[in-house]
Design a protein around this ligand. Structure first.
Ligand code: HEC
Ligand code: HEC
Length: 253
C-alpha cells in the first residue's frame, strides 16, 4: 500500500494543513482496508484490529525468545519496564516494531549520541549482531516477538512530579491535534498503518525521537513523512508535545 502521508512533503504550512485534513479522511479508509485484509488479527485482543501481528502468536514461545535474545535486559519484563530513556514496547504496533528492529539490525536506524556518547541504537545492534555481521536473531523470531509484544497491555503512564499546567496542557493538545493527529491518531493512540502508537510512551524517549527525526539523526523508514512537520516546531514546543504525549493513556478509558 502506498504511504498515505507521502504527499505531505509539499511546501507551505497552509497547504500542509489542508493535506493533513485529507489524511484524516484517508485514515478511515486505510484502517477499513487493513481490517478487511487482516486474517491474522490476534484473537486475544480483538479491539486492536489494526495491528498486523502474525498469525497465532505463540505467546509462551515468543516470551522465551524475548528472554533468550536479551531484549529483556534493556526493554524490561514484557516490554513494560525499559531502562534509562529506552522505549516501552508493550502494546506498540507489530508492523512498526518489525520494521524498526530490522532497521536497527541493518544499521539504518542509528540515532544521536546517548549519555554514554554512543549512537542511541548501537547497544541493541551490538547485542543482536555479531562483530562479523552475522545475526543473533532470525527474521521469523523478530516477527514472533513483535507480534507477541503488540498483544500486551502498555505500561501505566509515568508519574510526573510536575504535570503540565492546565493552560499549557490545552495549548499542547491543540498543537497535537493540528500537527500530529493526522498520522498518530487522537492523543497518539490510533496511528496509521505502520506508524507508531505514541500515547503514554516514555517522556524522555518521545523527546529524543522528535529531536532525532527533526535533525535527521534518525532518518530510517518513514520518518521523512514527519520531518517537514517538525520544521515549524521549536525546541520549547517539542518539550510541550513530549510532556503531552507521554501523559496520554495509551488506550482510551
Ligand atoms: C542493549 C540494549 C537493548 C537490547 C538488548 C535490545 N534493545 Fe531494542 N532498543 C534499545 C534502544 C536504546 C532503542 C531506541 C534506540 C533509539 O533511541 O534510537 C531500542 C529500540 C527498539 C525498538 C523500536 C521502538 C520504537 O518505538 O521505535 C524495538 C521494536 C526494539 N528495540 C525491540 C527490541 C527487541 C525485540 C529486542 C530483543 C530481540 C531488543 N530490542 C533488544 C535497546 C536495546
Ligand atoms: C505525516 C505523518 C506524521 C506526522 C504529521 C507526525 N508524525 Fe510522528 N512519526 C511518523 C512516522 C511515519 C514515524 C515513524 C518513522 C519510521 O518509520 O521510523 C513517526 C515517529 C514518531 C515518534 C517516534 C516514535 C517511536 O516509537 O520511536 C514520535 C515520538 C513522534 N513521531 C511524534 C510526533 C509528534 C509529536 C508529531 C506532531 C508534532 C508527529 N509525530 C507528527 C509520522 C508522522
Amino acid at each position: 500500500m502506498p504511504d498515505p502521508c507521502s504527499f505531505l512533503s509539499g511546501p507551505g504550512p497552509a497547504r500542509r494543513r489542508m493535506k493533513i485534513m485529507r489524511v484524516h479522511r484517508l485514515k478511515g479508509l486505510v484502517i477499513a482496508a487493513a481490517i478487511a485484509a487482516a486474517p491474522w488479527i490476534v484473537e486475544a485482543n480483538p479491539a486492536r484490529a489494526d495491528d498486523t501481528a502474525p498469525a497465532a502468536v505463540d505467546a509462551a514461545a515468543a516470551k522465551k525468545l524475548y528472554l533468550r535474545r536479551s531484549c529483556i535486559a534493556c526493554h524490561g519484563k514484557d516490554g513494560q519496564k525499559a531502562i534509562q530513556d529506552y522505549p516501552a514496547l508493550a502494546g506498540q504496533r507489530a508492523d512498526y516494531m518489525v520494521a524498526q528492529i530490522e532497521d536497527i539490525l541493518s544499521g539504518k536506524r542509528v540515532g544521536s549520541p546517548d549519555a554514554s556518547g554512543n549512537p542511541r541504537a548501537k547497544g541493541m545492534r551490538g547485542a543482536l549482531v555479531a562483530p562479523d555481521g552475522s545475526r543473533r536473531i532470525t527474521e521469523d523470531e523478530v516477527k514472533a516477538i513483535s507480534g507477541w509484544l503488540a498483544t500486551l497491555a502498555p505500561p501505566p503512564i509515568e508519574a510526573v512530579a510536575t504535570p503540565l499546567e492546565p493552560d499549557k496542557a490545552t495549548a499542547a493538545a491543540a498543537m497535537f491535534a493540528e500537527k500530529c493527529e493526522a498520522c498518530h491518531g487522537a492523543a497518539g493512540r490510533e496511528p496509521l498503518e505502520g506508524y507508531p502508537r505514541i500515547a503514554g510512551q516514555k517522556h524522555v524517549y518521545v523527546l529524543a525521537q522528535m529531536k532525532d527525526i527533526k535533525s535527521k539523526a534518525r532518518s530510517n523508514g518513514q520518518s521523512e513523512a514527519m520531518q517537514t512537520i517538525l520544521d515549524d516546531v521549536s525546541d520549547a514546543d517539542m518539550e510541550l508535545l513530549a510532556a503531552f504525549v507521554s501523559a496520554q493513556e495509551p488506550i482510551a478509558k
